[in-house]
Write a protein that binds this ligand. Structure first.
Ligand code: GCU
Length: 604
């Protein structure tokens, strides 16, 4: 074991640990618009079950961790790891489907990537991660850039001062172990894919850049001759006097503004109603928008639409709409692990389109950005959600802060996407005063960040007797749309759907955010035989007839588009670690129930 000298040295290091640096800066809006070096590709990785690379044998963070990327300098030097001799995997990508030893693995894996940088005057560099599940620490050239919690939202660090001319090294420690105080908490019905699951970029920005901007069409009555588009922007610096210009060439709309002492601008653009093509599923019109700050300009593609409720109706552009939806997990088809590309998005959304959908519930966490952007191009409306799922540690302030940050970042990334109409703050949460306070605060926080969209959450049926199902949830006061999950025909009351009645005492639109049942593709038999396609087909028929009777039903997102991996589904030869409630198998094979829903939506 270590000599007296190293023990003294170690105790010194313990006494004098370096303060964890944090180079995190607010999320940059529309990162795709900036020149960047993609760090996607092959990264070396080290599986570190006992976090030998981070803690010493007294479980204190050590200075000699793997982030040092150390190499023996002298023959007698003892370095017990070597990234360059370690295997590689593709980033973005989960580790579970790239190394069979890691299929069930939950723990720490280290990643290393070398990259070249040409340092330039007046250029700053942001290291941007689309997402990393779950607990992520980042070092650049052995200096810590920051520590991020949460597996489904982006984060970025200003690493300008950590970079050097030429060869640079980024090292990332990712740990996806589950804990009660996490968000999501310890148990959830999806695969806990670990790793750097979305794009990594080194983004070039000017010393002052637009951290965020927003373009939103104001609501107006349908007879309005002129429409108003609200524009606002915020720089990364609180400086007055910077020129900001927003220009929409196709509408010949331009406005010049000057930042105030907060580095902010806001204004309103006026356009005649006749000239403005509104974004809708039928016509997913997006306008090229040019936004410049002083001498630099970025481009975006933005659609304009309004979304609101009136009593039990959801109004898109002032017109009632029925949301023909389906729930989706962010998982590649064909057993491919976490989805992370535009192609993955087009495949999954294409399947939803085939079903006749104009709406998708992206469950239970923010999906990769391309999923939202491709849906916007394809005319598919979106419900986006944070993983406040089942029984969260409601009393733990750290858990609340974590959920709040994920909500902030979900909205920060996608608030300019016209197709997102609902922010969902939770799924199937148990009633309690602590839960109500937690979710009530989250709902108000979401509204403070974005009051142009609808707030909802997936509630549960609270009482059912004599075929009467009741919804009684204190959270009704905080949401614009009352949504709930129900599994009549699967988890309860098989074949009783036709007899069911519903009591939903709220004058708000209703979305049935989950219903459905499992079936193994290709397994056929009697309609009362579990797991057959006929059982699922019959369940859909009966549920749809039942749902049609719900007063104020404005949409549904059946559970679920395709079979997806879950560690909670262990029935051999049927589930084999897949939740089989898909209308498609994981390979994209349509089950009989697919046609039942498609037909309903065609007639809706
Ligand atoms: C729940 C939950 C889903 C889950 C589904 C099921 O309602 O929200 O995440 O997968 O039911 O049991 O299949």
């Amino acid at each position: 074991m270590k000599t007296l000298l190293t023990t003294i040295l170690l105790s010194l290091t313990v006494i004098l640990p370096s303060k964890a640096a944090n180079h995190e800066v607010p999320l940059i809006q529309n990162v795709q618009a900036y020149e960047s070096l993609s760090l996607n590709g092959e990264w070396n990785y080290i599986i570190d079950v006992q976090e030998e690379g981070y803690y010493d044998y007294r479980m204190n963070p050590t200075r000699w961790g793997f982030f040092q990327n150390a190499k023996p300098q002298r023959p007698e030097d003892l370095i017990e790891y070597d990234f360059d001799k370690s295997p590689t995997m593709h980033i973005p990508g989960d580790w579970n489907t790239q190394d069979e030893r890691l299929f069930f693995y939950e723990g720490t894996v280290w990643f290393k990537k070398n990259f070249q940088v040409k340092k330039e005057e007046n250029v700053r560099h942001l290291l941007y991660f689309g997402a990393a599940n779950y607990d992520c620490r980042v070092w650049v050239n052995t200096k810590e850039a920051g520590h991020h919690i949460g597996g489904f939202t982006p984060f970025n660090y200003d690493v300008t001062d950590l970079l050097k001319e030429g060869e640079n090294v980024v090292i990332v420690k990712v740990d996806n172990k589950r804990h009660a105080e996490d968000v999501p908490t310890q148990i959830f019905d999806w695969w806990n894919y670990g790793g750097i699951t979305r794009d990594v970029r080194l983004v070039k920005v000017e010393p002052v850049y637009l951290e965020d901007y927003s373009l939103q069409l104001q609501k107006a009555d349908t007879k309005a001759k002129v429409r108003q588009i609200d524009f606002s922007a915020r720089m990364n610096k609180k400086e007055a006097g910077h020129k900001v210009v927003v220009f929409i060439p196709e509408l010949k709309l331009e406005q010049q503004l000057t930042t105030d002492a907060e580095g902010k601008v806001s204004g309103t653009l006026k356009v005649s109603t006749k000239k403005l093509a509104l974004w809708s599923p039928e016509t997913p019109k997006r306008y090229r928008v040019k936004i410049s700050l002083d001498t630099s300009t970025i481009n975006d593609e933005i659609g304009f639409r309004t979304i609101e409720t009136r009593d039990k109706q959801i109004l898109l552009n002032g017109q009632p709409i029925f949301l023909k939806g389906i729930s989706i997990h962010n998982e590649k088809p064909n057993g491919g692990g976490r989805a992370n590309s535009a192609e993955d998005a087009r495949t999954l959304l294409g399947w939803a389109k085939e079903l006749g959908c104009n709406f998708v519930r992206l469950a239970h966490y923010p999906h990769h950005e391309e999923m939202v952007r491709e849906a916007e191009k394809m005319g598919i409306l979106v419900w986006s959600e944070i993983p406040v799922y089942w029984t969260i540690a409601w009393k733990n302030p750290k858990t609340y802060e974590n959920a709040r940050n994920q909500l902030r970042d979900m909205i920060a990334r996608d608030h300019n996407r016209a197709n997102i109409i609902i922010w969902s703050i939770a799924n199937e949460t148990p009633h309690s005063p602590e839960r109500d306070a937690f979710l009530g605060n989250l709902a108000q926080y979401a509204r403070s960040l974005d009051n142009t969209r609808l707030i909802s959450m997936a509630m549960e049926v609270t009482g059912a007797s004599n075929y009467v199902n009741r919804l009684n949830d204190n959270m009704n006061q905080y949401v614009d749309v009352v949504s709930f999950n129900q599994y009549i025909g699967w988890y309860r009351d098989v074949n009783d759907a036709p007899k069911m009645k519903w009591e939903i005492p709220y004058n708000k639109p209703v979305i049935v955010s989950e219903f459905g049942g499992g079936a193994k593709y290709g397994y056929h038999g009697a309609k009362n035989q579990r797991w057959t396609e006929e059982f699922q087909e019959n369940l859909y028929r009966e549920n749809i007839a039942m749902l049609e009777k719900i007063d104020g039903l404005s949409g549904t997102t059946p559970w679920i588009l395709k079979d997806f991996r879950s560690p909670r589904r262990v029935l051999p030869d049927v589930q084999d670690y897949y939740n089989r409630k898909g209308l498609y198998s994981d390979k994209g094979e349509k089950k009989k129930a697919f046609y039942v829903l498609k037909q309903w939506y065609e007639n809706k």
